[in-house]
Design a protein around this ligand. Sequence first.
Ligand code: ADP
Ligand code: ADP
Ligand code: ZN
Length: 214
Amino acid sequence: MLGIILLGPPGAGKGTQAKKIAAQFSIPQISTGDMLREAVKQGTEMGRQAKSFMDQGGLVPDEVVIGIVKDRLQAPDCAKGFILDGFPRTIPQAEALDRVTKELNKEIRVVLSLEVDEKELMERLCGRRTCTGCGAMYHVKFNPPKAAGKCDKCGTALIQRDDDKEETIRTRLVNYKKMTEPLLRYYQGSGKIRSVRATGDIDAIYAGIAKILQ
Ligand code: ADP
Ligand code: ADP
Ligand code: ZN
């Protein structure tokens, strides 16, 4: 069971690296951010509730995300493992995950902590572009698509996320420090945490991660 948690501030490259791990190890990426955005798009009751928190750069209430993850972990494609991207983000979420994995007879093998200097995060998030067709991630400067504004993989138009605005990013970074960074200490005791310097070439960072996972 290859259960992986990707920890790191907004913009650290969790989504970028999660997609590479998912492809090589054939385990699903479980991104609570993606799932919440999908619920917003579908206009579900949960999506309507979540939207106000997301637009302001706040965190969606713990009960909501814990419920989503618990359901998702029971899907058949999580039998061999999974990559949690953006969850847990608070201590109560981490405690709930401990309970849920025990209950479902699953195991977290490694917690990868992606480390990037704070001043680079703002630049990464301001220039982030996402493909609405296949979910591929780009950056206008650091990882540009071959044709401006268009996905290399599927040709769909790239968009900028509503919450990737300077003001909202600032709030998200503050919330990260306050609510999520304490998780580093939470997992320190478990012996499962591995720090990864996540600046520089995307493939070189991935090579380091793959070595840890092998
Ligand atoms: P980023 O890629 O910038 O780290 P995400 O896509 O993971 O952002 O999350 C976008 C937003 O969705 C967050 O700002 C938050 O409002 C909400 N969200 C995602 N995951 C969680 C979570 N585990 N707990 C609470 N809110 C979450
Ligand atoms: P997260 O999921 O942690 O919020 P993303 O994977 O969405 O982070 O990456 C945030 C932005 O930074 C994206 O535009 C992505 O293309 C870019 N990015 C990812 N890794 C790197 C890297 N090593 N160097 C420069 N930019 C990167
Ligand atoms: Zn695409």
